[in-house]
Write a protein that binds this ligand. Sequence first.
Ligand code: DAK
Length: 259
Amino acid sequence: MENVLLEKQGHVSIITINRPKALNALATEVLKDLEAVVKTVEADKDTYVAVITGAGDKSFVAGADIVEMKDKDVAQAKEYSAYGNQIFRAIEQLHCPVIAAVNGFALGGGCELSLSCDIRIASENAVFGQPEVGLGITPGFGGTQRLARTVGVGFAKEMIYTARNIKADKALAIGLVNKVVPQEELMPTVLKMANGIAKNAPIAVAQSKKAINNGLQLDIDGGVAEEVKDFAECFNTEDQKYGMECFVNRVKEKEFKNK
Ligand code: DAK
């Protein structure tokens, strides 16, 4: 898989979009490799946290491949958008949290890829934007949906209608990213967070992700009902018994079994 690399460090799977010569733009071949890698990670229940980043120090993902996209007709555009959306939805629904380590340009499909992740950490040189309307199209990989859900309707509409890029500090101010760090600290920061999450009970983390994501699609009563279900299911796990025993017996160093 040359366009997308997969590396495992402990319980953390690191996915790297690897097309630095084109600033990691998402050509169909890259999307195909990403789809395969996402399937591999989904099948690997020993992965407790996934990280997505871009190769090189300049770009996370500079968007869909404009050169490839420019001659598409309506049917081909529909197919391309649906394919990308299917992969991004699979990332959003992965059994574990996904952290985007945004190491540079996150434009168009790149910004959208980061939005399909649970958490975004950016380096100081990161640039976010939805430049599509300047190319004569709308965002096509979920940007019209997830950006508004993440930063609110006003900022999402401003970014999409103006097609103007924003720097990392502005992305932090509007809640698009959780944290901004110097470039050399990006991966250490992301891996520290990932390993911190991985120390907790993986099934409880997964159930929390499910409750938050599913609940956001529902009204408050439906959301609370989702939480009740996801919470109760944890009591069917060894890790719940173990975690609470550790509290009662004042055991500080825990090792959950993912069971
Ligand atoms: N596609 C293809 N190649 C790209 C690319 C892209 N998005 N971005 C960069 N590259 C390539 C450049 O062509 C160049 O290749 P060579 O000429 O060296 O062969 C190489 O990467 C380096 O780029 P630059 O020379 O331009 O580097 P600079 O530092 O000068 O500029 C830049 C960096 C990121 C500001 C600039 O490259 C740029 O503006 N890139 C385009 C960014 C962009 O507009 N991204 C959004 C793409 S649109 C849909 C489905 C999906 C989508 C929409 C609709 N449906 C089907 C409905 C998604 C749309 C998008 O993502």
